[in-house]
Design a protein around this ligand. Structure first.
Ligand SMILES: Cc1cc2nc3c(=O)[nH]c(=O)nc-3n(C[C@H](O)[C@H](O)[C@H](O)COP(=O)(O)OP(=O)(O)OC[C@H]3O[C@@H](n4cnc5c(N)ncnc54)[C@H](O)[C@@H]3O)c2cc1C
Length: 430
């Protein structure tokens, strides 16, 4: 194996899953991360069974995941009248061989970081190092241009560069200089966490409301045995006029709950008090629901995009983090098959870019929340019995189509062989 490493730009969930995979298959790598330190940023995120399977193959166990989250048991959509529109079991209860996990994004991210440092040492992640661009070496390989936190610049040579630098990716901007700006469809999300009693199954994802205004909430910790309270992740969401584009500063800013709680002041039922949930939050952040238009390729010779840099999508399908992990594993499988070569990146691109780009557009059309759009079209959101509005078979078909597109259809996932066979190594390249 050449002593030049694979360079990974970005140490988020996608970049760290990539580095763990490269280490597993014997490929030297180094991660450049712009943040000066790794802190537990963000709130809740779902890891779908396809991603939990890959994490298991990376030696990240369910016991590890239980320390940063809990298995999800149910996914439910509820109308403003408090009646179910749709509910289904999740994870093993639904028949998957692997659970779905609802986790704290920041704690899960730190879990991946700790695993990487344990396996590859602290030098494997260069903090305070922002990749600003790349140059393809005429004799092969790649030079990544890096800006340090103190403003000084340096560069690093590698065999390949993986741009896992998120939705504002510098690698993608160079690869696709004519890409349109970030796309915002008008929905604003306020996210936070509150310690509260979990409802329904004890680990249910609940989307309550309409296609234009809803609250989504689910626990992301096992209940505290002393109090019975779990950390509940919630996302309060309102769609507004986006004619003038996103005017606020920043894409993920801390906010006071009073800035948005008024949208939900009447949302009180005997089983749920939304204003109280919001009021008692430990933290709250505002972010617009944004994505990027798909690009025709994630590859430029020895450079490939991965995770949000490749396919930032609306979180309606709860699969952005999961897809980043799956990307890392599909990339690893391509490196095993083709060696550490541009051909491997081309194979990875050929396998994922097309279908995942379709998923971006599907999520833009509301993903699984599209059922709420149907309810609105057919009855203006008011119903007594949902069966009169959308028959059960139609609801099930709608959800099955989404899962198939997102790669977590039960039967096909259960019978698929491992993405990377146990013990596989990438072959040496001259
Ligand atoms: C701070 C933060 C909080 C988040 N909170 C949530 C949440 O609460 N819920 C949710 O569903 N999703 C959240 N997300 C998004 C979610 O984590 C991603 O959609 C998903 O995990 C895909 O991960 P990724 O690694 O591709 O991208 P990201 O998670 O965005 O990671 C990209 C990483 O690259 C680093 N980076 C950026 N530019 C450069 C550069 N030029 N050079 C080097 N490093 C760079 C960033 O600091 C970051 O660590 C959050 C993302 C971030 C960065």
């Amino acid at each position: 194996m050449s002593n030049r490493p694979v360079i990974v730009a970005g140490g988020g969930i996608g970049g760290l899953a990539t580095a763990l995979t490269l280490h597993q298959i014997g490929v030297p790598c180094v991660v450049f991360e712009s943040a000066r330190d790794m802190r537990p940023l963000g709130v809740g995120i779902n890891l779908q069974p396809n991603a939990v399977r890959e994490l298991g193959d990376l030696g990240i166990t369910e016991a590890d995941l239980d320390r940063v989250g809990l298995p999800a048991k149910e996914w439910a959509l509820v109308g403003l009248n408090g009646n179910d529109i749709y509910a289904e079991p999740r994870g093993r209860l639904a028949g998957y061989r692997w659970p779905q996990y609802a986790v704290h994004r920041g704690q899960f991210h730190l879990l991946l970081y700790r695993k990487l440092v344990e396996r590859m040492g602290p030098e494997s992640v260069r903090l305070g190092s922002r990749v600003t661009g790349y140059r393809k070496n005429p004799e092969g390989g790649i030079r990544a241009l890096v800006e340090r936190a103190d403003g000084s610049t340096t560069s690093a040579d590698g065999l390949l560069l993986i741009g896992a630098d998120g939705i504002h990716s510098a690698v993608r901007a160079q690869m696709h200089p004519a890409q349109p700006p970030i796309h915002w469809g008008g929905a604003v999300m306020w996210r936070g966490t509150t310690w509260a009693k979990p409802i329904r199954s004890g680990s249910s994802f609940v989307g309550l409301g309409t296609h234009r205004q809803r609250i989504v909430f689910y626990p992301i910790s096992h209940p505290d045995p002393r109090t019975g309270l779990s950390m509940i992740n919630w996302i309060a969401e309102v769609t507004m006029d986006n004619n003038e584009g996103w005017k606020q500063k920043g894409w993920f800013r801390p906010v006071e709950t009073r800035e948005f709680a008024h949208h939900f002041e009447d949302w009180i039922w005997d089983w749920l008090d939304v204003p109280a949930l919001i009021r008692q939050a430990d933290c709250a952040f505002e972010n617009p629901m944004i994505d990027r238009d798909p690009v025709p390729t994630w590859c430029d010779g020895p450079v490939a995009l991965l995770g949000d840099a490749a396919h930032a999508m609306y979180p309606t399908g709860s699969n952005g983090g999961s897809q980043a992990i799956v990307d890392a594993r599909v990339l690893g499988a391509a490196l095993v098959e083709h060696g550490v070569t541009q051909a491997a990146l081309a194979a990875y691109d050929a396998r994922l870019c097309g279908p995942v780009s379709q998923l971006i557009l599907r999520n833009r059309g509301a993903g699984p929340f599209g059922l709420l759009n149907l309810v609105d079209e057919r009855c203006g959101g008011t119903f007594d019995n949902i069966d009169d509005v959308i028959p059960p078979a139609e609801r099930s078909e709608f959800m099955a189509a989404y899962k198939a597109a997102a790669g977590f259809a039960i039967e096909s996932l259960n019978k698929a062989p491992p993405t990377i066979p146990s013990g596989a190594r990438a072959r040496a390249v001259a």
